[in-house]
Design a protein around this ligand. Structure first.
Ligand SMILES: *Cc1c(COP(=O)(O)O)cnc(C)c1O
Ligand SMILES: [Zn+2]
Length: 408
């Protein structure tokens, strides 16, 4: 069951019917967003009914676009734990610090949410060949869900993507093209080849349903905090779709009457080597400028010009939030601190938020008694090559850990 009514352009408001394949707005090129009949949903759907739904993001099916239950392609994504982080909090000076651990999703990142939704919609709409440009985790998630649905997955990823992403895509039977360039170069290659090859482009925001899956991160946060949102949400922002999706989710929850008008301050965290959103925020600009020579170990943050930049900046500003960047050194140190204090091995992107919390507590933007939620968007286990040089590499090489001779 779904309360979907139609799609509408986020820039020019042009309307598009549900139940058909769509990419960007054919009038102005803006991303399309899904709309629901929230007045009807308010009358017919109770939050008490959630507990009877599946223990996955599909418990929010009425606020997702899929109309037939048999279309759903699920590997158990979502309903990740919201973990208290008291020992980390004590070290940083925060009394109510939480980590939403998205690393526990299928394929080890929150990208599973978006691609479960997109592949389910592709199945419903009869699409069989999917293509994606990806910095890594979206590729792995598409490959897995396409395999589960019996569809083709064509993947374009930068040659310097984490090794785990390359191996998982091959493991799931996807066609992988390694590109000497950035995700923006991969996106161009997909756009050029898709029409002739008959591929459907599932680039985030060019495809309107991935964001619907990602928004469930916000729905679950509200449910897990008993319908009282935190004071701040820190989100590692690459394309920013998780943040835009959560912002949309909060709006939908208010219109359902499940939460009030209070919103968390939305804080976009980027890497110093690729921080176009931070730069635009500081300049008071509505759009980002292309960030040249983007470089960071946090592969998910290597997005030089997010398509939804204006929507990220709007969410940050409307919520009285902020944007900041941390260096690779800072985020790797913070990841180790998180691991040692809380037993959580976060992706470098999630670790960036830990570093950001420390900085914002010092600057006074965050207060020690506020409820602060960090999104750890992925599992550190997918990025072993980024951490290996921190430890005794010579010894590891001698013992041939994993059968590999590691770089000295
Ligand atoms: C893709 C990705 C991000 C960035 O996500 P957006 O919602 O597109 O900003 C952050 N962390 C990880 C681990 C990712 O895979
Ligand atoms: Zn438009």
């Amino acid at each position: 069951m779904t309360f979907i009514t139609h799609l509408a352009c986020s820039k020019c408001a042009a309307r598009y019917p549900a139940g058909r394949p769509h990419n960007l707005c054919t009038t102005c090129g803006g991303p399309l967003l899904v709309h629901y009949d929230l007045d009807r949903a308010r009358k017919e759907w109770r939050r008490e009914a959630l507990a009877q739904g599946p223990c996955s993001m599909w418990r929010y099916g009425p606020l997702l676009p899929v109309s037939k239950p048999e279309s759903i392609v699920s590997l158990g994504e979502g309903m990740t734990p919201l973990l208290a982080a008291p020992r980390l909090g004590a070290r940083l000076g925060a009394e109510r610090l939480y980590v939403k651990d998205e690393g526990l999703n299928p394929t080890g990142s929150f990208k599973a949410r978006g691609l479960s939704c997109a592949v389910s919609m592709a199945k419903e709409l009869g699409i069989r060949k999917l293509a994606i440009p990806s910095a890594g985790n979206a590729a792995g998630a598409l490959a897995a869900y396409a395999a589960a649905a019996g569809m083709e997955a064509h993947i374009f990823m930068p040659r310097d993507a984490p090794m785990a992403n390359y191996i998982e895509c091959r493991m799931f039977g996807a066609q992988v093209t390694l590109v000497d360039g950035l995700i923006s170069d991969c996106a161009r290659m997909v756009a050029e080849r898709a029409p002739a090859e008959g591929w459907f482009d599932v680039s985030t925001l060019k495809e309107p349903y991935r964001i619907e899956g990602k928004k469930t991160m916000g729905l679950e946060l509200a449910e897990q905090l008993d319908w009282k949102l935190p004071d701040e949400v820190l989100y590692p922002t690459g394309g920013g779709v998780g943040m835009i999706g959560m912002w949309k989710a909060f709006d939908e929850l208010e219109r359902l009457g499940w939460i009030g008008p209070a919103r968390p301050k939305m804080i976009a965290v980027q890497a110093a080597g690729c921080a176009p959103v931070v730069r635009a925020f500081d300049k008071g600009a509505e759009h980002c400028e292309f960030w040249p020579d983007a470089a960071t170990v946090a592969a998910g943050l290597r997005v030089p010009k997010p398509l939804g930049d204006f929507l990220i900046l709007k969410a940050v500003r409307d919520s009285a939030g902020t944007c900041l960047a941390v260096t690779d050194q800072e985020l790797l140190d913070a990841g180790q601190l998180l691991a040692q204090t809380e037993g959580l091995f976060a992706a470098p992107e999630g670790a960036a938020c830990v570093a950001a919390v420390g900085k914002l507590l010092q600057s006074g933007f965050l207060k020690r008694d506020e409820t602060i939620v960090i999104y750890n968007t992925g599992a550190g286990y997918k990025y072993l090559e980024n951490w290996v040089t921190r430890f005794d590499v010579a010894e590891a090489a001698e013992s041939r850990i994993g059968g590999l001779v590691l770089p000295r």
